[in-house]
Write a protein that binds this ligand. Structure first.
Ligand code: SF4
Length: 332
């Protein structure tokens, strides 16, 4: 590690590993807030016909893709909202993938068909991640009103039929938590290589519906015990991933070593952390390289680090994560 000491606002802090990087190692890119579902636990508050104001146009998105390629960012996740409602989703994926950028696609699977899977299979895809929050249609529809579990499961089959790596994700609520063992078994049957879960994030719709949705501590104990048992079993070779378990655990880790990740919102703004509202850059008006520099600098701001500590101490603060504010204004 470099002995360089970064100075911000008159303070000196020790260097972070990310200070040595010229670009992020991972870009998590929300292409839209629009979605074909309106899930009761959605952290981005997505719903049909609800794109964000001033989302990046196709041309702006393709320009950002060129910057990602030029900066040699190795890994990009395309997500939303639902990325597949974006007309230029496949065009973007193909531009990035053909340039050698590793891709992960996060989708609810409602419109992911065999043709999409075949096109994606020509790219360097790390995985397609599909949300399977239940193993019965009744529970699935309670959490994802209007959603079809059969379509989500068919999407998993299309992913595997095209030879693509499949990840399944499960967001626990009081509605679905009892179906965890059945969904793990289903994910194995469907050929997933990884099953992702963890505590419900208190952001967006989940925060608004918190008292209806948040599992009790007793439910979480049983939930965790199941995850631990299934992870130890190693059955089917499927990894069970559930750490960091709570978003606060992730923030503690970020305090020790900030992630080499840029979180890009549909309007091109860059967030510092998923659980916090602070925006550090606007990719409509600055380059990816400048955004990365500002991001790295922010992790040396004692005032920002204090905000992180507050978010660790009180998860109710995460409910404001979508009320974006610039870092400068929130520190003023
Ligand atoms: S959780 Fe996913 S599928 Fe559901 S509304 Fe949000 S973005 Fe759409």
């Amino acid at each position: 590690m470099t002995a360089q000491v970064i100075r911000m606002a008159g303070t000196a802090t020790a260097p972070n590993q990310i200070d040595r990087l010229g670009a992020p190692l991972f870009v998590s890119w929300q292409l839209t807030r629009d979605c074909d579902l309106a899930c009761v636990h959605c952290c981005t508050e997505s719903a049909p016909g609800k794109p964000m104001q001033a989302e990046l146009s196709r041309e702006e998105a393709l320009r950002l893709a060129e910057e990602i390629i030029a900066e040699q960012v190795p890994y990009v996740m395309l997500c939303g909202g639902e990325p597949m409602v974006v007309p230029h989703f496949l065009e973007l994926a193909e531009r990035l993938g053909r340039a050698g950028v590793q891709l992960k696609i996060e989708t609810n699977g409602q419109r992911f068909d065999e043709e999409t899977a075949r096109r994606l299979a020509r790219l360097s895809l790390r995985s397609v991640q599909i949300s399977l929050d239940a193993d019965s249609q009744a529970v699935y529809a309670r959490q994802r009103p209007g959603g079809s579990l059969a379509k989500a499961q068919d999407a998993c089959r299309a992913v595997r039929a095209a030879g693509l790596p499949l990840e399944v994700t499960f967001a626990p609520t009081r509605f679905n938590i009892a179906e965890l063992p059945a969904v793990i078994a289903r994910a194995r049957t469907l050929g997933a290589f990884r099953f992702n879960s963890g505590a419900l994030m208190r952001i967006g719709n989940a925060a608004k519906n918190w008292h209806k949705l948040a599992p009790s501590e007793e439910q979480y104990r049983a939930f965790r015990a199941t995850l631990e048992r299934e992870a130890e079993s190693g059955e089917g070779g499927m990894e069970i991933s559930y750490t960091p378990f709570r978003i606060e655990d992730g923030l503690r880790g970020a305090l020790r070593q900030p992630p080499a990740t840029l979180l890009v919102l549909p309007n091109g703004r860059v967030k510092l952390a998923a659980a916090l509202p602070q925006i550090v850059a606007d990719l409509r008006h600055c380059s990816l390289a400048d955004a990365w520099r500002d991001y790295c600098r922010a992790w040396h701001s004692p005032a920002f680090l204090a905000l992180i500590r507050r978010a660790i101490a009180d998860d109710a603060i995460h409910a404001k994560a979508n009320d974006w504010q610039t870092l400068a204004s929130s520190l003023a």
